[in-house]
Design a protein around this ligand. Structure first.
Ligand code: IFM
Length: 462
């Protein structure tokens, strides 16, 4: 592979910096009926009429279940030091509880071994939205018992993989799992502006996080590091009006503080408890829950895509607040490109929540990439996007934020939930009919960025 010499390499990363990419199980694995896997809420939701653009689903997707060795080789070619993936709960525990499915456990065991053989640190996420359908039929995340089931599943994973995995994440983007699912209704299982339910779900997700952290400490993997990966955004008001300032406070509480405060401070933010009082939020919160939720973590995963610029909008389903992507050019998701906001966010996290290890567990962009049948796909906007975010990250490190690693979302183009396959986030283009992976220019650039960074700061044992 030739890099082609575009993009400026970014310096300032420590020698042991974790250079990574990220994916999630339902988005890439396919093989939904193979290896004893049970169904998840996304299998059901994606087959319901009108849920996913063009009626697509992830039954096959990137067929990573069969191509995983080839995909690990791609990671090795990039020189990655860390790979963030998710374990599909219904693949290892088809009913969401009870006995493990050894074939499913074997799949992830092979993946972990394959990573370690290539010198890549496995960084699994236990929940990236694919709840076993069997648990959904018992109430899903609305049911408090699901938190306990999650902790049991987590404990089983620590038992099986704790000898080889040192870095864990409990939940990916619980804000999305609660509010995009149950208020916007765009994600499985598909609710409809049901605020009381969405808030109950958010609390049970957080509770299950705390229970899983406790399960790790009680396991053979007690010394491993664990955290969760919320999607976080600095929030700015569109105008200087008091209404927009209020909208910014609410959005920050809704998206950022509702998840960070209980984990790092052991309490929900007072202003949001007041905001949510009309939805009966306190009924879901039992004595002792916050002590569980704030069980000490070792790291925070930060999924960062864009700054939120918001305005007061009485018609918005989200608490009368609407996001306004103000600065073109936008990505193919309609999201603003705001790399400087990553620096702002990281400094705010350190100031308000403390000095713990931070991994950027997702950052990337969708663009309408096209393959002409050749050996490379040109994606200059993605190279620009990643390099500008690395600049911002490097500045945050220089300013004293303890950032340990960075994972590009995503290794491969994949199933972008309700938007289907049209939105391409990968460093590798996937030609779905043939399952061929074609490097984009950004893959080669990222490979060379990693190599340049290592040359600038040689590892101690080199
Ligand atoms: O594809 C998603 C991922 O599953 C969670 N974070 C955001 C990505 C892009 O929308």
């Amino acid at each position: 592979m030739e890099a082609g010499g575009i993009g400026t390499f970014v310096s300032g990363f420590p020698a042991d910096f974790g250079w990574g990419t990220a994916t999630s199980a339902y988005q890439i694995e396919g093989a939904v009926d193979e290896g004893g896997r049970g169904q998840s809420i996304w299998d059901i939701f994606s087959h319901e009429s009108g849920r996913i653009e063009r009626g697509e689903n992830a039954d096959i997707s990137c067929d990573h279940y069969h191509h995983w060795q080839e995909d690990l080789d791609l990671m090795a070619e990039l020189g990655l030091s860390v790979y963030r993936f998710s374990i599909a709960w219904p693949r290892v525990m088809p009913d969401g509880k009870g006995p493990l499915n050894e074939e499913g456990v074997g799949f992830y065991s092979g993946l972990i071994d394959g990573l370690l053989e290539r010198g890549i640190t496995p960084f699994p996420t236990l929940y990236h939205w694919d709840l076993p359908q069997a648990l959904e039929e018992e109430g899903g995340w609305m049911n408090r018992d699901t938190s306990q089931r999650f902790a049991e599943y987590a404990a089983a994973m620590f038992e099986r993989f704790g000898d080889r995995v040192d870095l864990w994440l409990t939940h990916n983007e619980p804000w999305v799992a609660a509010f995009v699912a149950y208020v916007a209704g765009e994600h499985a299982p598909g609710g409809c502006e049901d605020w009381p339910l969405a808030l109950r779900v958010s609390h049970h997700l957080l509770l299950s996080h705390g229970l899983a952290v406790q399960a790790l400490r009680a396991s053979r993997a007690a010394s491993a590091k664990i955290g969760f990966a919320p999607n976080l955004q600095p929030v700015h008001p569109l105008t200087g009006s008091p209404e927009d300032a209020e909208a910014a406070r609410i959005w920050d509480g809704f998206q950022n503080r509702w998840f960070l405060d209980p984990v790092f401070k052991g309490s929900y933010p007072e202003d949001m408890l007041a905001e949510y009082e009309r939805f009966g939020v306190e009924e879901a919160i039992e004595d002792g829950d916050l002590a569980v939720i704030s069980s000490p973590v070792d790291l925070l995963g930060v999924n960062f895509y864009q700054q939120a610029t918001v305005k007061h909008d009485p018609d918005s389903v989200f608490l009368g607040v609407a996001g306004v992507p103000t600065r073109p050019p936008l990505t193919d998701m309609g999201w603003a490109v705001t790399p400087e906001a990553l620096h702002e966010l990281l400094l705010r996290l350190k100031r308000d929540y403390g000095d713990f290890d931070i991994y950027i567990t997702e950052n990337g962009a969708a663009y309408p990439d096209e393959w002409d049948g050749g050996d490379i796909v040109e994606d200059p906007k993605r190279v620009d996007f990643i390099s500008r975010h690395l600049e911002s990250l490097s500045q945050a490190i220089a300013d004293g934020v303890n950032v340990k690693g960075y994972c590009v979302w995503a290794l491969l183009d994949n199933f972008e939930w309700a938007k289907g396959y049209d939105k391409r986030f990968g460093l590798y283009y996937v030609d779905y009919p043939t399952q061929r992976r074609i490097p984009k220019r950004s893959a080669l650039w990222y490979r060379d960025q990693i190599a340049a960074s290592r040359l600038a700061t040689p590892q101690e044992d080199e």
